[in-house]
Design a protein around this ligand. Structure first.
Ligand SMILES: Nc1nc2c(ncn2[C@@H]2O[C@H](COP(=O)(O)OP(=O)(O)OP(=O)(O)O)[C@@H](O)[C@H]2O)c(=O)[nH]1
Ligand SMILES: [Mg+2]
Ligand SMILES: [Zn+2]
Length: 378
């Protein structure tokens, strides 16, 4: 691989950036022969870096898209996105005119906004939810929260426990995590001993897009470097006093694993507030959601109502009470978000369009795509 040292990225080979059949099909629907597909490979403070068959470009959104982006966060580019790229005559900069429909979308609530969404990753097949072993006991609530978002994205989650070398009893920690993971695989890695690297590699075969998410300092960039076999991405020691990372990675960026697929490195997440995650919640807490379906009343609060499926399951031990508490917190968070969004919708004028191009239309289309391209076994 040829590394370009004068820029902050290396040279991308378009043919390694994933299966192009689906974005090409989506582009064809636009019926414009002046556009080509390009993949968003890096998002930093500059214009999005995109790669197409004709080259690597910093590309700017078209005027129409800029307008749309102001009100519709889903129309803002995310790393992993496929876009429709134009090279307008007399224009120095390449332009993207549309974000092609996504087959998976990793979102969270925008930390800076009350009722808005932030798309963090697009078109990802596998999400590595990364947590470090060692110092402190694993924060299960935080892990479950990330698992909800990962499940909701439409990608396949895998839990990665890094820094296995620091743990006195990795087997015990794996057991604790496996108990809440359901069908999600749990793997232990160590950059010191090399443990787990090959297992991780096997999960990122050619044409697969995988991404790392997790708090700062858990070792996401280190892990990617170990798969690349070269220290391409910057890493930095955690603070000794509290094991906290220093937000070393500042861009979301695609790298290509030699003889493998694509890995996306992301900056450590500070907040993981939920955004519309009913499906993710059901996949993360299947036993609880199933039990609620046995409640007599549809609006059961699982408190004092008769014939409550949840209370029965808590009594016979099918539901772990601590897990139920964590679930309830997330359920409430989602309900509150729904309420706030409903209020905002009502406050906004009723003339807001609901047809093609509106945010709800967009979400529905992306969800349909997810199902079409990701026939997940459940
Ligand atoms: N002991 C041990 N240290 C590790 C391991 N993996 C990473 N580290 C160390 O943890 C520190 C943080 O690693 P990074 O890869 O920078 O963490 P990150 O998740 O990318 O952090 P941000 O970019 O800030 O989000 C570095 O000092 C690494 O050397 C491991 O398996 N074992
Ligand atoms: Mg990093
Ligand atoms: Zn109930």
């Amino acid at each position: 691989m040829v590394y370009v040292t004068e820029t902050d990225h290396y040279s991308y080979d378009f043919t390694q950036l994933g299966d192009t059949s689906y974005p090409l099909a989506e582009l064809a629907e636009l019926e414009r022969d002046d556009l080509e597909i390009a993949r968003v490979v890096r998002l930093d403070r500059g214009l999005p870096l995109v790669v197409s068959q004709t080259g690597t470009f910093r590309a700017e959104p078209s005027n129409t898209l800029v307008k749309q982006m102001k009100t519709d966060p889903f129309s803002r580019p995310a790393v992993g996105d496929w876009v429709a790229l134009a090279h307008p005559e007399g224009h120095e900069t390449a332009q993207f005119e549309a974000i092609l429909p996504r087959k998976s979308t990793f979102t969270r609530k925008d930390p800076g906004e009350d009722t808005s969404v932030q798309v963090i990753l697009a078109n990802v097949d596998v999400v590595f939810v990364v947590t470090a072993l060692g110092e402190e006991p694993i924060n299960i609530a935080r892990l479950e929260r990330k698992l909800v978002l990962a499940h909701e994205s439409g990608a396949r989650p895998v839990i990665v426990l890094t820094k296995g070398d620091r743990s006195d009893d990795p087997e015990e920690e794996v057991a604790i995590v496996s108990a809440i993971a359901g069908d999600t695989p749990v793997i232990v890695t160590s950059a010191v001993t090399g443990e787990g690297t090959e297992q991780l590699r096997s999960l990122v075969p050619p044409q697969t897009t995988a991404a790392m998410i997790g708090s700062s300092g858990v070792g996401k960039s280190t892990l990617i470097n170990s798969l690349l076999g070269v220290d391409l991405l910057a890493t930095k020691a955690v603070r000794e006093s509290d094991d906290k990372g220093r937000h070393t990675t500042v861009a979301r960026e695609i790298v290509v694993v030699p003889e493998g697929g694509i890995l996306i490195d992301t900056p450590g997440m500070r907040g993981v507030a939920l955004w519309q995650a009913d499906e993710g919640l059901a996949l993360t807490y299947p036993e609880i959601v199933e039990a609620t379906q046995r409640c007599k009343f549809a609006n059961c609060t699982h408190d004092s109502e008769p014939q409550c499926g949840v209370k029965d399951a808590l009594e016979d031990g099918t539901i772990d009470p601590e897990r139920f508490e964590r679930y309830t917190k997330l359920r409430q968070e989602l309900d509150e978000l729904d309420e706030k969004r409903e209020e905002k919708r009502r406050a906004a004028s009723e003339s807001r369009p609901h047809g093609r191009g509106s945010q709800s239309h967009r979400i529905a289309k992306d969800k349909r795509n997810m199902r079409k391209y990701h026939k997940r076994k459940r």
